[in-house]
Design a binder for this molecule. Structure first.
Ligand SMILES: [Zn+2]
Length: 269
């Protein structure tokens, strides 16, 4: 079973029952059930968007309560639309969970085999979730157009392969993010995809010189090209820009909006 919607107390989120059954906690939040005021209403989990700091911390704690995890056990990367992926372990617990300054610098991807929860923040960019069963390792990546064009998903898989992980056995999930229905980009963006991908069927030229970009398909192409089995890819196929009731969207709302979280953690026995 692929992504499903789940309600826990005031919070609605998406999760993957198949992963949960394997002992991997995984979720993608909605904007519902938090304490932030407009335009961050209400479950804004991003600290870098101009929202009240205390409200964001309360929201983060509220999100983590349902997973039975304190903020002090979570690691957060400083997301810069780059492709750096960092291995984290128990020593990194708490980094970036309460303030931006301690986040793992310039890390749009995090991977771990340890007892540390990983959080990324999203408002249209594609959340990629990874589970390598043979390594008992998980990862998360922030793949906007830049991260996707420069193949952050592949960088994550290389991190696992470097320690003996088998990508043919990997599970990967693509969470809610902006869909091809709502994402039109210019030549500058299209050119970066053309220079990094052999074929770009996920870019469709429009008559006005712009392109419709399917970030889901681009990331799926990358995953398949690196050996992930199609049956191990879970796609939410849910557009953040199309669903103002449930999701923040940078493209729809502009810079002053909130962030959802992508969450993944190896459940402690
Ligand atoms: Zn859409």
């Amino acid at each position: 079973m692929s992504w499903i919607w789940h309600k826990s107390g005031r919070i609605d989120y998406l999760t993957l029952p198949k992963w949960q059954a394997e002992g991997i906690d995984v979720g993608f939040s909605t904007r519902v059930g938090g304490v932030s005021q407009a335009p961050y209403d209400s479950l804004n989990l991003g600290l870098n968007v101009g929202d009240d700091h205390a409200a964001v911390l309360e929201n983060r704690q509220h999100w983590l309560e349902q997973w039975g995890v304190p903020l002090s056990r979570v690691a957060v990367g400083e997301q810069v639309h780059g492709t750096k992926v960092v291995w984290v372990n128990e020593e990194d617990r708490g980094r970036g969970s309460r303030e931006l300054e301690t986040a793992i610098p310039a890390a749009d991807g995090l991977v771990t085999q340890g007892a540390v929860g990983l959080m990324g923040f999203f408002a249209d960019c594609v959340p990629l979730f990874f589970y390598y069963p043979d390594l008992k390792a998980v990862g998360i990546a922030h793949a906007g157009w830049k991260g996707t064009a420069h193949k952050i998903g592949q960088k994550v898989m290389e991190c696992f392969e470097n320690v003996g992980g088998c990508t043919e056995n990997a599970w990967v999930a693509i969470g809610p993010s902006i869909g091809p229905c709502c994402y039109v980009v210019d030549e500058h963006v299209a050119a970066q995809f053309r220079s990094n991908y052999h074929e770009t069927p996920f870019l469709r030229a429009q008559e006005d010189g712009h392109y419709r970009l399917d970030l889901w398909e681009a990331n799926k192409t990358l995953l398949l090209g690196n050996g992930v089995c199609p049956e191990n890819i879970e796609e939410a196929l849910t557009c953040t820009a199309d669903n103002p009731k449930w999701f923040f969207s940078h493209r729809r709302d502009g810079a002053r909006t909130g962030r959802m979280t992508g969450w993944i953690s190896i459940r402690e026995a």
